[in-house]
Design a protein around this ligand. Structure first.
Ligand code: G3P
Length: 222
């Protein structure tokens, strides 16, 4: 298997904004180098350029709009995040849901700019539908577990197994991440053993008193 991917979504957490975001990027860079695991960050747009410039970590946007550059107030284009240094983007995060047509448009925009696309999903059926669009990754996250500290790996391993199987049936080229409540190396190990290629998480690192220690724990069983 290729090296697993861990993406830390900083959301709009105060603990993951501005100077505090740079602390998390520094931790991701440090632990990524020590462990050989790819640890990316998905910061707010306001921090994205700085993070991409100052840290040797893959930077993802949290969302892009499926529009061309032009007269779109309050939108963010694939060109803008690419220009600011992002190498990929989340699409359809549970906290930034899109219609199917919008997901497709955002994915096309990502393709246009060479951004790696991670389409987030909430159940096995939407995971299969997302895989049919052919992004690099789908990320299955049961919404009811997000931010709870109750890990999807332990609370709902079936959704991970069934999602992996569904994706393989639709498009085996698409890689699978999982997330929601992931906070320990054991959660990550279980997710990988169930067939995923990595994890997408937030609070377990962003709200940790010591983000580097939290990341070291996450990679400890890989
Ligand atoms: O994008 C990651 C996310 O929605 C999971 O959040 O806090 O449960 O790790 P959390």
């Amino acid at each position: 298997m290729a090296r697993p991917l861990i993406i830390v979504n900083l959301k709009a957490y105060a603990e993951g904004t501005g100077e505090k975001a740079t602390r998390i990027a520094a931790a991701a860079e440090e632990v990524g180098k020590e462990s050989g695991v790819v640890i990316g960050v998905a910061p707010a747009y306001t921090d994205l350029g700085l993070m991409a410039r100052d840290y040797d970590v893959p930077v993802y946007a949290q969302h892009i709009d499926g529009v061309m550059p032009g007269a779109h107030t309050g939108h963010v284009t694939a060109e803008q995040v690419r220009g600011a240094g992002a190498m990929g983007t989340l699409i359809n995060h549970s906290e930034r849901r899109l219609t199917l047509a919008e997901i497709e448009a955002s994915l096309s925009a990502a393709r246009r700019c060479g951004l790696e696309a991670v389409i987030c999903t909430n159940n096995v059926a939407t995971t299969a539908a997302a895989a049919a669009l052919g992004p690099e990754y789908v990320a299955i996250e049961p919404p009811e577990l997000i931010g709870t500290g109750v890990s999807v790996s332990k609370a709902d391993p079936g959704i991970i197994e069934n999602s992996v199987e569904a994706v393989r049936g639709v498009n085996p080229e698409v890689k699978v991440l999982t997330g929601a409540g992931i906070s320990t190396g054991e959660c990550v190990r279980i997710a990988l053993d169930l067939g995923t290629d990595g994890v997408l998480l937030a609070s377990g690192v962003v709200k940790a008193a010591d983000p580097a220690a939290a990341l070291r724990d996450l990679v400890s069983l890989l």
